[in-house]
Design a protein around this ligand. Structure first.
Ligand code: DAH
Length: 342
């Protein structure tokens, strides 16, 4: 009987104890080296034995070869992937550590409010449309039934735009004083029935706590065969409750605007307390009315067949009422202590 005199167990232990790749490579070479590897040589020697002994010895050696190759492969994998211990001591992450807070920007409260206006009116079926901020005198005044002597045209209120191009043209240019000219543009390019809103910037020579030379409005228009004051009132009430406050206290008052007949104004009661003690006072937020037949006819819409209402909201004033902001000028100062509250 042949006895394998090599201690393969001892080799298996040495493999298991390997701490580095090159030590493992050296051990592999010691066992399986092509010329002098211990196992390579032992397998070669088998050929010289008699048949019986050869069979037994070959079986023993092949078993040892398999075990040791497997052990080397397993060890190699282990050395390539970092152990938990190594991770814990070297590459550790402290997930409880406080990191500097990331500063995030957001929309200014005016465009953010305009988005909610578009959403609330969108739900009532209103389209959104925009017009230019530099307008002709015709669009801003004449076609809206505002006669030349109307006080709204007073040089005190309107910014006139100088342009050499206009010398030949009779219509002068203005920075639009309201969003109402967009009504005209819309009616000239669409066929009734329709309903739409027109948000944007407007300009007037005015500056105090509730007026600014540039501010925002949104105009609205709804024209159909039988649109009346009751429809208008319901749209005004929905807009005020949804955009300012569900418990808003407001009142309708008659008002005069050349482009509507009858004309109404809506005031809302100021709810915030402030230094100027506006508490309990009324602030005008919207002008509205049934579109004047002259205006419809100016846009080639038959006023015997079509009628409807128009309105113009002051956006800053709505936000002032909603958020109890006492001074309109805070919107434009760019002070982050103010802006980041919204
Ligand atoms: N354009 C008016 C203004 O700026 C507001 C206004 C009043 C608009 C009545 C309208 C309206 O459409 O019907 O003061």
């Amino acid at each position: 009987m042949v006895i394998d005199t090599h201690d393969w167990q001892a080799f298996a232990k040495r493999i298991a104890a390997c701490k580095a790749q090159d030590a493992l490579d050296a051990l592999e070479h010691e066992l399986f080296g092509r010329k002098a590897g211990i196992l390579t040589v032992a397998l070669k020697d088998v050929g010289a034995l008699d048949p019986d002994a050869r069979r037994t010895q070959a079986a023993l050696l092949n078993a040892a070869k398999r075990t040791l190759t497997d052990a080397i492969e397993a060890k190699r994998k282990e050395l390539l992937s970092p152990s938990q211990d190594a991770l814990a001591s070297g590459d550790s992450i402290d997930i409880t550590m406080e990191l500097p807070r990331k500063e995030r920007g957001h929309l200014h409260l005016i465009p953010e409010f305009i988005r909610s206006v578009e959403e609330v009116f969108g739900r009532m079926g209103f389209d959104v449309w925009k017009g230019p901020e530099i307008e002709s005198e015709d669009m801003n005044f004449n076609l809206l039934n505002i006669p030349a002597e109307h006080p709204a045209r007073d040089a005190q209120d309107t910014f006139w735009v100088e342009s050499s191009k206009l010398k030949a043209d009779s219509s002068k240019l203005v920075l639009r004083t309201h969003t109402s000219p967009v009504q005209i543009r819309y009616m000239q390019s669409h066929k009734p029935p329709f309903r739409a809103i027109f948000p944007g910037k407007v300009y007037r020579k005015d500056a105090d706590a509730t007026h600014s030379p540039m501010f925002h409005q949104f105009e609205g228009l709804m024209i159909g065969k039988d649109i009346n004051l009751a429809h208008m009132k319901s749209v005004m009430i929905t807009a005020i409750r949804e955009l300012i406050d569900p418990k808003a206290e407001f009142r309708f008052r008659t008002g005069y605007f050349p482009f509507v007949e009858p004309g109404l104004e809506v005031d809302m009661r100021w709810m915030g307390d402030d230094a100027q003690s506006r508490e309990g006072k009324w602030l005008e937020i919207v002008g509205c009315g049934l579109v004047h037949p002259n205006v419809l006819e100016n846009c080639k819409i038959d006023s015997k067949e079509w009628q409807g209402f128009a309105f113009g909201f002051g956006i800053e004033r709505m936000i002032m009422l909603r958020n109890r902001i006492p001074d309109l000028r805070s919107f434009y100062e760019g002070d982050l202590r103010f802006l980041s509250q919204f």
